[in-house]
Design a protein around this ligand. Structure first.
Ligand code: AP5
Length: 225
């Protein structure tokens, strides 16, 4: 992937749970040097630190439901106002409701460069259960692995940093079904919001991760609209 237009983008990554948003966002951030903001990771961090927000979010996350808009919007607006978000960033996992999309527009208005790309990672829902139930995440560096599609060379040990791998508590089949249902009813309608605004671009995420990344490069480098 080239980096010639990789300086001033504000991209949002959309797609079902397990579509590969986090995998691709980490890689793009590594190549371009942009900031990767994952709302799921931020919430898990709050949970592990036992903050008030973490405690409020816990029950929703455990059940595979969306955390209420008010909590999410406050957390994201505060995050993108920090100095390290002054340049390029990827927002991974936000917005997931119409209310969140409107709040994001208010926070990232044209004077801040606006949203430049709404990238949708398209995967048939039949593949997602396998992707999620087999996912393993490094407890130390956050690298994302998969027991079948991206295995580590040693069981349960991260190849990048030798940290212990963990199986996310919401990556079991019952909770995954609930997450997919929340995605269909609350998040899918948001895609049209960005289609209507000419910011929507689509990547076929039902192929090998490197091929997905190639396609992502093409959509990030071309004018959307
Ligand atoms: P979050 O952590 O954002 O979970 P998610 O959207 O369900 O997304 P995932 O992290 O599960 O999937 P991904 O698309 O990043 O896939 P990944 O790259 O890891 O949110 C968790 C919870 O927090 C939510 O349920 C909700 O409660 C709350 N929350 C977060 N944001 C919120 C918001 N805005 N509003 C309200 N609530 C919010 O890949 C998955 C697996 O597939 C990995 O094992 C990977 O190795 C593998 N894989 C990736 N790409 C490929 C490929 N091309 N081929 C084969 N395998 C692949």
């Amino acid at each position: 992937m080239g980096t010639k237009t990789m300086t001033a983008f504000h991209a949002i990554f959309l797609g079902a749970p397990g579509a590969g948003k986090g995998t691709q966002a980490k890689k793009l951030a590594g190549v371009s040097g942009c900031l990767h903001i994952s709302t799921g990771d931020m919430l898990r961090e709050h949970r592990s630190q036992g903050t008030e927000l973490g405690c409020q979010a816990q029950g929703y996350m455990d059940e595979g439901k969306l955390v209420p808009d008010g909590l999410m919007v406050e957390m994201v607006v505060e995050r993108i106002a920090r100095p390290d978000a002054a340049d390029a960033w990827i927002l991974d996992g936000f917005p997931r409701t119409g209310e969140q999309a409107l709040a994001l527009d208010r926070a990232v208005d044209d004077s801040a460069g606006g949203i430049t790309h709404a990238v949708f990672f398209d995967v048939p829902h039949g593949s997602l259960i396998d992707r999620l139930t087999g996912r393993r995440t490094c407890s130390q560096c956050g690298a994302i692995w998969h027991i079948k599609f991206k295995p580590t060379s040693r069981d349960e040990i991260c190849d990048d940093c030798e940290g212990a791998l963990v199986h996310r508590s919401d990556d079991n089949e019952a909770v995954v079904e609930q997450r997919l249902s929340a995605y269909r009813t609350q998040t899918e309608p948001v895609l049209d919001y960005y289609r209507d605004r000419g910011l929507f671009c689509e990547v076929n995420a039902d192929q090998a991760p490197d091929a997905v990344f190639e396609d992502l490069g093409k959509v990030m480098l071309k004018e959307v609209g």
